[in-house]
Design a protein around this ligand. Sequence first.
Ligand code: RP5
Length: 162
Amino acid sequence: MKKTAVIMGSISDLNAVQPAVDLLKELSIPFEAHVYSAHRTPQETSSFAATAKDNGFGVIIAAAGKAAHLAGAIAAATTLPVIGIPIKSSTLDGLDALLSTVQMPQGLPVATVAIDGSYNAAMLAAQIIAVEDVELAGKLAALRRSMSENVLKKDAELQERL
Ligand code: RP5
């Protein structure tokens, strides 16, 4: 199975990124997590992205706050799919990071999830990897069934309460 990379712009992003790591572990998806900053370590960021495909990665998740250029800088250096997580780490409550991450120029997409939406970033990464992995696709289908069952259970409880 291809690996997933989880890159965060600062160790201070780790709490917000943790749900992504937890879901990758739950799904037994091999991953590496690193702290690389588009602004503070631009060479390391670019070098990781440029070699990621040859190093066995299938998708890269990039989380950053404030003027969040990390996902875009990574997308510039690889043709692997890049998923951006805008992190709420400033007085602008993550809106700055959301716009910086989502507003990529034509030809260099970053699939951007919600502010602090790291669980969905891992879910999207899993769906990308699952295109070529039947067992993982089965796990994702089971997760969907479990979500549906939970909603229907809540509906049944609501009917009893009313
Ligand atoms: C961004 O600036 C990081 O992704 C983080 O969200 C924010 C603050 O970083 P630190 O100053 O805590 O390292 O680049």
